[in-house]
Ligand binder design. Structure first.
Ligand SMILES: Nc1ncnc2c1ncn2[C@@H]1O[C@H](COP(=O)(O)OP(=O)(O)OP(=O)(O)O)[C@@H](O)[C@H]1O
Ligand SMILES: [Mg+2]
Length: 221
């Protein structure tokens, strides 16, 4: 369902040329779980943002369900992204003036926000161990709790594809396990496709397809 071919992104800083992503090709089937592990600066976040339609590649293609996403105009692409893809960002940010529940519901604001979404938001927050924090504000939560709200939020629109960038970076071991269990549950029950960037080998090993990234180059393990 995701077909990446020859994907390349170069940055130039002060006359220095850096190939952040260098000719990456791979494919992911629907409902597959893929992990990517690699040193800091190896290009993992850049790769996810090229696949997710956030950063335009210099060369190469990303086809999702047969559609070359980078051939769409900006409006089409953002609509496509909203419907299909969800990002769990490496540095999760919540809207400080909204409550936990409102933050989770935020992606539905332009869609079909209704009782059903609210129920689902509460269910996701419960799964994340935050059932009693729905009316709290982000500033009153720990970093790990904020991250769990962001993870709950990423599932609210029932995305087909989840691109997770270090999703469990600042979580304790137990919460980390819960998050990964939720990923597996979504993967099995809803056929959600996952690409997970992680530094955690145990998490990486649980994925069916595993890659390492080094100097912009992706290799299967
Ligand atoms: N917007 C940008 N402008 C210039 N250089 C960038 C930009 N974004 C990333 N880079 C460079 O591209 C390389 C890859 O960065 P990237 O964030 O993809 O690495 P990463 O593998 O996600 O690292 P980490 O594990 O630390 O998150 C780095 O050398 C970084 O400095
Ligand atoms: Mg990164």
């Amino acid at each position: 369902m995701i077909e990446v071919t020859g994907l390349t992104k170069t940055y130039s800083i002060d006359g220095q040329v850096l190939k952040a992503v260098d000719g990456v090709s791979f494919s992911v089937d629907r409902g597959e779980m893929v992990s990517i592990i690699g040193h800091s600066g190896s290009g993992k976040t850049t790769l996810l943002s090229l696949i997710g339609g956030l950063t335009r590649p210099d060369a190469g293609q990303v086809a999702i369900e047969g559609i070359n996403i980078w051939s769409m105009d900006d409006d089409k692409l953002s609509e496509f992204r909203n419907k299909k893809i969800n990002f769990i960002y490496q540095f999760a940010s919540l809207i400080p003036t909204l409550t936990v529940l409102e933050n989770v519901l935020l992606p539905t604001a332009f869609g079909d926000y209704g009782e059903e979404s609210e129920e689902y938001a509460r269910e996701l927050l419960k799964i994340m161990g935050l059932g009693d924090k729905t009316t709290s504000y982000p500033a009153h939560l720990s970093g790990g709790q904020q991250r769990r709200v962001a993870i709950a939020r990423s599932f609210i629109n029932r995305p087909d594809i989840v691109l997770a960038d270090e999703p469990t970076g600042d979580l304790d071991e137990d919460t980390e396990k819960e998050v990964i269990q939720l990923f597996h549950r979504m993967n099995e029950e809803k056929m959600t496709t996952f690409i997970i960037v992680t530094h955690n080998r145990d998490i990486a090993n649980q994925a069916k397809k595993q890659f390492t990234m080094s100097n912009g180059v992706l290799s299967p393990i």
